[in-house]
Design a protein around this ligand. Sequence first.
Ligand code: SAM
Length: 240
Amino acid sequence: MYVVIYLSVLMGKSKMSFHILTIFPFMFQGFLNESILKKAQGNGVIEIQIHDIRSFSENRHHKVDDTPYGGGAGMVMTPQPLFDAIAAIKKKVSEGEDGDLRLQTPVIYLSPRGKRLTQPLAERLAKKHTSFILLCGHYEGIDQRVIDALVDDEISIGDYVLSGGEVPAMVFVDALSRLTPGVLGNEESHQEESFSKKLGRKKEYPHYTKPADFRGMKVPDVLLTGHHAEIEKWRQGQLK
Ligand code: SAM
């Protein structure tokens, strides 16, 4: 615990916070309560809050969507619940911040139209901000006025269309959490992964563990030598 706080102070960063706006809050249960993210939340290195968009709806049936102007298939998420939800979260996070809030806590709309999430983009964002508001769309998407007035960035996780922004939000949180000091046991592990700067943005070398001979499939000899320079050379040669 103290090591984690010390590391954070040393790196000049406080904990990383994610506020996720969704109409399906239960989708996040397994994701938040297992493995590295569970541990990181327990250690106080990251904080993830799920906000149910429906609870901000002024509609008595908690409706959050309506038919599109101009016609067409599908529904569009209405502006009111999103404007109010974002205002409420911004008010909450601003209590612990000074300066330009828009720069400090960006509102990110997960969208297939957005810029592609890559490792360099994840690194830039993790360096620049300590909190994020992530907006998960559904149906045909969200009313453009929300994007125009409140969204700082639109981010896509790839060129395909998913049913909702929840899986992309999980991808975003996972990728950025790994870059947050104190989240991974070994601070170097994320520096030597696929797409990292240290590996020249290439894909990582293969890994092997015990046994050295598994059903006739052998671990490359060089890895058993204990010769670090040779191992390093072999690994560099395996980068793709
Ligand atoms: N009508 C939209 C279009 O053609 O671009 C697709 C809407 S999609 C069915 C519903 C929601 O899923 C979007 O509002 C967005 O939040 C999310 N989504 C879908 N694909 C995504 C992707 N590749 N990256 C990020 N978010 C995505």
